[in-house]
Each structure stands twice: as C-alpha cells, then as structure tokens.
Design a binder for this molecule. Structure first.
Ligand code: TYD
Ligand code: MG
Length: 446
C-alpha cells in the first residue's frame, strides 16, 4: 500500500500495478446508526402465507437423513472421503428429481461430461432428463441459470473446484471457496432452489476450506463408510430444518447405491459357531435400532515388550477406560496382553451403551469363553464398575427379539422400565448391577 501515486510497487518491484482506492469513510466517535435506515417488517410466527414445502428426493434414506426431504431455498454441504460415493449418490438424487417432475442441474467441476455420462450409464440413468454440465466458473454457471427456468435442484460437485473471477487466488483457496459458496447460496435463497455443494474432506476428516462454509449452509452432511466395505452411512451433522440423529443407510453395489431400509442385521457377520471375543450390541441410530457385532482379540505376550492396543470403529480412550475398570474392579489382568477391538462391517459406534458389549467381548476373549450366540448386551459402564441405565432399552430389546435373539443383558433398571417385558417378547432379560457380575457370568460358563 502507498499513500501517494507510485509507478513501481515497493514490494514486488513491478511497474504500473498499483491501483487507486477511494479512502475509507472515517467514522467520527459519535457515528450514529439510529436514523436514516428503512423500517424493517416484523412478521408473527403464525402469519398466513405458505411455508416452503419439502420435496421428496425419491431416495427415502436420503430424505430420512435430511429430516424429511429437500427444503427449497436451502443449502446443503456434503462431505466425505474421496471415492466414498458422493458423486454417485447425488447423480442418483438428481435423476430422481428430474424424473419426477422437477428440474435438476448437475454441475461437475471434477469430471468431464463424458465421465459423468459413463457413470450415469452404469447406474442405468442415461435416460433421466438431468441438465448436466462440466464447468468451474461460477459466473458462467449463474449467468446460464439466470437465463433459464429456475431448477428445483442444483448440485455443485465440488465447491473446491469452483472459481470466481471477482476473487483472487486459485480454486480451492479459502477466499475462492468462501466467495463462490456465498454467490451460489445467494442464488439458491433468492430463487428457492435447493443447492447441494460437495465438499472435499481433509486428512483429519474436516471439510476442506474455511470452517465458515459450515456456518453459511443450512445443512452439513457427511457420507461415511469404509471403502473396502459395502455399507455407507449418510449422517447430518448440522440441520436447521430437522433432527441430526437420523441416518440414511446405503449399500454400494455394481449399479450404484441401493437403499437399505432395514439396517438392523447389516453389521452382524455371518455367525454360526459361537466364537470367543464376539458380542452383539443393540445400538440406536436416531430412532432406529441397529444390531452390531463387536469383536475382541487378546494375544498374550511372552516378552516384556509394550503390548499394542488397537481399536477400529470405537473410541480409543473409552477402551482404555474399560480395560482399566476391568483391571481395577474385577481383578482381571490385561497388562501383558495385546488388545484388539473391531466393530464389524466398518461401522463407527458412538452410542455410549456399547460399553457392556465391549466389556463382554473383552472378558470373553481374555478367558477364551465364547458368549452365547443368541445373546445381546447393552449398558454404560461407570468408573466405579456400575452398569448404568441407557436410553431406549425397550426398543433395543424389541429389535433383538425380532431378529431371533433369546437373551439380553443390561442394566438392572432396564427390567423395571419395561415391566412385563413388553419390549422384548420371547427375550429373557437379565439385569447386571456391577461389572464383576458380568465377569463371573462369562468366566463361569453361564
Ligand atoms: P464416487 O461417487 O465417484 O465417489 P466420490 O464422488 O465420493 O469421490 O464413487 C466412486 C466409487 O464408487 C468407485 O470407487 C467405484 C464405486 N462405484 C460402485 O461400486 N458402483 C457404482 O455403480 C458406481 C457408480 C461406483
Ligand atoms: Mg466425486
């Protein structure tokens, strides 16, 4: 910056690159905003007039994760690891909208039109009347959209590939991502279009680019799963129009993503012989129960090397805590053993009620005693070794009974909450007060 005319820039040495800028208004200390504005209009919350109507996407699992369909004039940011299936999912959503009377615009900044068409062919969607383009200039995109009928859905795949000639910097830089998102969101709000922005995810799992992107949009979703597994989970992390605890479950198949309407059996491996170290946990995902197999493996070390602890699909710190409680309260010894814990099917557990099932798997692995293959385990474990009550115990038991399990173990209070066993008909419930009860039961061939 310079305060007078200069031919050469003092910083970079280039000639004729300095431009004149008007001086900024200097506010006096008494600057006053209490006059000169236009009046704003207050609206009662129950004012007559139409509320925006959600549009079903045609994929029930997608709508479920959104809290009931697409809201016109809203902006959705979808993150997820590369190759997890974001483009596939959004092409399928666009096709559904386009084939059911809406207009869907799908703009890819990552793939050439030919590549998108190849994918559409693979998905059997070549005939869907999607308006598809390969473009990266936000000015071109908004100019084109301004000269046609307003679409119902606009997909931008991805926001990191977009650029605006109004903003300096390469595509993907913070100012470009923020500026492009701002313009696209403004277009969506002014025209009642549902906008879906695909966002890249950095190595540590955050959506790349400015955090502020998450504040600018109405909904933040994440598409998760292990690439080597078939199942994908769509979660909303922020939702201005609905709950954030519902998930959508899909399976990646040869011809795209198939909806999994009843996911409760997915995460059970094909179990025939009871195996030591395997316990079934009736987890809750939003309002839906999902039965998940937890596997533990314990390897005794001969030498004095530091034993490894590895956890896939659960919290590391939580496992360390459970091991400590099992040692301190139940007298078990894991100190010279390697401990591995795995949640089947590439699932990530966040339900705190998993403690008891993990403890059961660990004790079973340690004692090499298989657990009964028709039992489920749920409950939170405290540092004192108590098995604490958890939410939704009736639903957990009902689902377990429905899937053919005969026994459930959980916090003692769960039996009282559900007198007469309304929840799980045909399911024998056993309340376990303290963790040593669990250990005795498993190690003494219950
Ligand atoms: P893609 O939607 O390109 O992922 P993203 O946009 O999140 O990067 O999905 C890519 C993966 O999905 C690819 O590895 C192949 C797999 N896939 C299938 O298994 N079946 C299909 O029908 C399609 C289209 C993709
Ligand atoms: Mg993609």
């Amino acid at each position: 910056m310079a305060t007078r005319w200069q031919g050469q820039c003092a910083d970079c040495g280039e000639w004729n690159t300095l431009v004149e800028e008007a001086p900024q208004t200097v506010f006096s200390s008494k600057h006053d905003l209490s006059s000169g504005g236009r009046p704003i209009v207050f609206t009662p919350l129950d004012a007559p007039g139409e509320l925006p109507v959600r549009r079903a996407s045609g994929l029930a699992e997608f709508d479920r994760a959104l809290g009931g369909g697409l809201v016109p004039g809203s902006a959705i940011l979808m993150g997820g690891d590369p190759g997890i299936g974001k483009s596939t999912l959004l092409l399928q959503v666009s096709a559904h909208i386009a084939s059911s009377g809406g207009t869907a615009v799908y703009v890819s900044g990552e793939e050439a039109a030919g590549q998108v068409r190849l994918r559409a062919e693979r998905l059997g969607l070549s005939k869907a009347p999607i308006l598809m383009a390969s473009a990266t200039s936000v000015r071109d995109i908004l100019t084109t959209l301004g000269n046609m009928d307003t679409p119902s859905l606009l997909v931008i795949d991805s926001i990191q590939t977009m650029h605006s000639d109004q903003i300096e910097g390469a595509p993907g830089t913070v100012s470009q991502v923020r500026g492009c998102a701002f313009e696209l969101i403004r277009y969506a709000k002014e025209n009642g279009v549902t906008l879906i922005l695909v966002g890249h995810v950095t190595k540590d799992g955050n959506i790349a680019g400015p955090r502020v992107l998450e504040h600018m949009v109405d909904v933040v979703m994440s598409f998760e799963g292990e690439r080597s597994h078939q199942y994908r989970i769509l979660r909303s992390l922020k939702n201005r129009f609905g709950p954030v605890d519902e998930i959508g479950v899909f399976a990646m198949e040869g011809a795209g993503l198939a909806e999994v309407g009843n996911p409760s059996m997915l995460f059970l491996s094909g179990r025939e012989e009871p195996m030591a170290g395997s316990a079934v946990f009736p987890a809750m995902e939003g309002t839906r129960p999902v039965l998940i197999e937890i596997q533990a493996l314990i390897v005794r070390l001969q030498s004095g090397a530091t034993p490894r602890r590895a956890v896939v699909g659960w919290d590391n710190g939580r496992m360390a805590m459970l091991l400590a409680v099992l040692e301190a309260r139940c007298g078990l010894n894991f100190s010279s053993a390697e401990v591995y814990l795995n949640v089947a099917g590439g699932y990530r557990l966040s339900d705190p009620a998993a403690d008891l099932a993990v403890a059961a798997a660990l004790v079973s692995a340690l004692g090499d005693k298989p657990l009964s293959s028709n039992a489920v385990w749920f409950g939170e474990v405290s540092l004192a070794g108590e098995i604490r009550p958890v939410a939704h115990s009736a639903i957990r038991q009902r689902e377990s009974a429905k899937l053919g399990f005969a026994k459930a173990f959980g916090p003692s209070s769960a039996a009282e909450q559900d007198p007469g066993g309304e929840g799980g008909k045909g399911l024998a419930f056993t309340g376990l007060g303290m963790l040593p009860n669990l250990v005795d039961r498993i190690l003494s061939d219950a």
